[in-house]
Design a protein around this ligand. Structure first.
Ligand code: FMN
Length: 303
């Protein structure tokens, strides 16, 4: 009998697929729709202390196989957003609140505000295009250790650290998060990128630099997850370029106990959760896996 439920440290999710932060997760309606389409949890857009407008257009470059975005972390601020999380929570929807801040105190402030209504907190230590935030602080192991430690001492719910791939060694940051007390690490956020419009002869995005997501970054995510699986003992959550059940299996074999999907949902629609879950079950049956857990890390045993 195939069971799709997975454990991520102390949490149990009904299946390993989650909505990644930043895609169709600004409103109650869209997150509810995604939960109803089968996601095991929804992760909110990253939320800060106060409202933030984000960058002016253009903020997205959409090409075959990848997307580059530099949204600039637009969000309504925690006080306005909390009502949305509360409503989701009232309907027993597993909501993981993603937060961003400049330092441990502010991360802790946000985490405490969200705690009551959230299943877990995901720390955005990895956005590649926001000044003084995200990867700018999350590329330094000492910062990551301090921030995670501060948040862990402020809340009782699980704390996940979302890591950047834009560094020499992702495991150094993963270990810092683990030592700070993180319950899981999430890899990867977007890959720093740029596109130039050759007609107007300047970068396309108003912020010039952005973060690349979608199919093209899957191998970068797989390598990060594989490396982290060998470097930390806490669970690894995989994200980056997942579009199919094959991609989910690949991430799990690399060492992910569950995964997040972003760009593909924007591209193919919310029914992708259902489709992947159905096909995943067929794959598991054919390969005699009773639980997704049995696939986690098998690529390390085999080679
Ligand atoms: C438009 C857009 C907005 C995003 N916003 C956030 C965000 O607010 N916080 C965050 O941690 N990640 C954010 N991400 C990164 C995704 O959560 C994910 O890590 C990345 O896109 C790779 O996964 P994917 O290829 O499935 O999209 C965003 C990605 C996109 C495409």
């Amino acid at each position: 009998m195939i069971k799709l439920s997975v454990e991520v440290a102390s949490l149990t999710l009904r299946n390993p697929l989650m909505l990644a932060s930043g895609v169709l997760d600004e409103s109650y309606e869209s997150m509810k729709k995604i939960w109803n389409s089968g996601a095991g949890a929804v992760i909110t857009k990253s939320i800060g202390k106060t409202a933030r407008a984000g960058y002016p257009n253009p903020v997205v470059v959409n090409e075959d196989g990848y997307l580059i975005n530099a949204m600039g972390l637009p969000n309504p601020g925690i006080d306005d957003f909390i009502n949305i999380i509360e409503k989701l929570n009232n309907e027993k929807i597993k909501v993981i609140t993603s937060i961003f801040a400049e330092n441990g105190d502010d991360f802790s402030y946000l985490a405490k505000k969200a705690e009551q209504y959230s299943t877990a907190i995901e720390l955005n230590l990895s956005c590649p295009h926001a000044k003084g935030l995200g990867a700018e602080i999350g590329s330094n192991a000492d910062n990551v250790y301090d921030i995670v430690k501060s948040v862990k001492s402020s809340v009782k719910i699980p704390v996940w650290a979302k890591l950047t791939p834009n560094i020499a060694d992702v495991s150094e940051i993963g270990i810092a998060a683990e030592e700070g007390g993180a319950d899981a690490v999430v890899a990867i956020n977007t890959v720093r990128a740029m596109a130039i419009d050759i007609k107007i002869k300047k970068p396309v995005l108003s912020n010039r630099y952005g973060g690349m997501s979608g199919k093209a970054i899957k191998p970068v995510g797989i390598a990060a997850v594989y490396k982290l699986y060998e470097s930390v003992k806490i669970p690894v959550i995989g994200v980056g370029g997942i579009e199919s059940f094959e991609d989910v299996v690949e991430y799990m074999m690399a060492g992910a106990c569950s995964v997040e999907i972003g760009t593909a949902i924007a591209r193919f629609g919310v029914n992708l959760f259902n489709k992947i879950l159905t096909e995943l079950q067929i794959y598991m049956k054919e390969n005699e896996y009773d639980s997704p857990r049995e696939m986690v890390g098998v690529a390390h045993i085999n080679g």
